[in-house]
Ligand binder design. Structure first.
Ligand code: DAH
Length: 369
């Protein structure tokens, strides 16, 4: 039987000797001070103080030592681990402070700077629809034409073959600028731009003219005294109603979707002959709601068609009034209301929403119409 083991072989504990432990500590401290940020330090902590670090393994080995060596080596390893932990902790605090200082400097907000008091606006859907319409016609080679909103009565009415006693000319319908004798009105339609285009431009003429117009209506859900129309005019040799119809069908498709066509119903306008009401096929039901009580359509009232505007072949008398020879040239023209277009195209039920300027209304349309 052997007696109690009171001595130990120093070779047996060489791996836990002062030199080896000092090297582990030195390596650990070097790694700690080299750690430039918290993520690196985390790795250093794992490598030098984690469960599988050299010092942790050394600590584990103490148990296998002869009892006489345990106390001495245990103290040495314990101090070494303590030193490494202290270095890690103080580096941790240093790096955290550096991180916080950096964040404070970087994320500095000057709360005394003036705020942006005016919220960003939105484009009004009337504007975007008019631009869209202009784009469609520009793509077909049309120019954009303009005219004044305070217009000569002669241009707004007489040149367009509207007779002097026409009810539209009364003060019940038309705003006269100054007195009714002034000869100046707020234009009641964009059709006078046709006259200006024909007076100002070289033939042939292909123009589209969006604009604001005025009538003496009270503002309610379906009327507004200030509204917008878009006018189209083509004057060239040999134009026919077929050209008008083809142009309108293309326009309808660009506005309402592929395959949508237009329908012309005989009508009367003083400035066109023949004249027609212009209907567009319902782009929601495409006619499927007609006589079909199963699937009523709210957009067209189950009519299958929606009234959109007026059109026709330019009346020869109008061509004559601006000095164009009707024997050589023919024209077609059309006009429609923009507010009305928005109402059925975008489901706006109250015209007042379009004039009140509430941003929430415009924002709902996004940037495009
Ligand atoms: N100016 C007409 C209106 O305000 C609309 C219109 C009808 C314009 C026929 C046209 C047209 O160019 O040919 O009701």
């Amino acid at each position: 039987m052997s007696g109690p083991n009171t001595s130990f072989d120093p070779k047996q504990v060489a791996v836990l000797g002062a030199e080896a432990i000092a090297t582990m500590v030195a390596e650990a401290l070097a790694a700690v001070s080299a750690a430039g940020d918290l993520a690196v330090l985390k790795g250093v902590r794992l490598a030098h103080a984690g469960d599988r670090s050299p010092l942790a393994l050394a600590n584990r080995d103490i148990g296998a030592l002869p009892p006489a060596a345990k106390a001495e080596v245990g103290k040495r390893v314990g101090e070494a681990r303590g030193a490494v932990k202290a270095a890690l902790d103080s580096r941790q605090i240093e790096l955290e402070r550096a991180r916080d200082e950096f964040a404070l400097a970087e994320e500095f907000i000057d709360v005394t700077l003036p705020v942006m008091r005016v919220p960003l606006g939105a484009r009004h859907p009337l504007t975007t629809v008019m631009e869209r319409i202009c784009d469609v016609f520009i793509a077909m080679g049309y120019d954009i034409a303009e005219g004044p909103e305070a217009e000569a009565e002669w241009v707004n009415f007489d040149a367009l073959n509207v007779p002097p006693d026409h009810p539209a000319r009364t003060m019940q319908d038309t705003f006269y600028v100054g007195s009714p004798e002034s000869g100046v009105v707020l234009r009641t339609q964009t059709s006078p731009i046709q006259i200006r285009a024909m007076l100002d431009r070289q033939l042939p003429i292909y123009v589209v003219a969006p604009g604001r117009v005025y009538r003496t209506d009270e503002l309610d859900a379906t009327h507004t005294p200030v509204f917008h129309q878009v006018e189209g005019l083509a004057v060239d040799e040999g134009l026919t109603m077929g050209d008008l119809k083809g142009t309108l069908d293309h326009f309808a498709q660009e506005m309402f979707g592929p395959g949508i066509v237009t329908r012309l119903r005989p009508s009367y306008f003083p400035f066109t002959e023949p004249s027609a009401e212009l209907d567009v096929q319902c782009f929601v039901c495409r006619g499927a709601s007609i006589d079909n009580s199963e699937e009523p359509c709210g957009t067209c009232g189950s009519e299958g068609w929606i009234e959109w505007g007026g059109c026709g072949m330019v009346n020869p008398r109008v061509l004559q009034s601006v000095g164009i020879d009707p024997a050589k040239y023919r024209g077609f023209a059309f006009g429609m209301g923009i507010e009305r277009t928005l109402m059925f195209r975008n489901g706006v039920t109250d015209m007042r929403d379009m004039v009140e300027g509430d941003l929430r209304f415009s924002l709902a349309f996004g940037l495009e119409s």
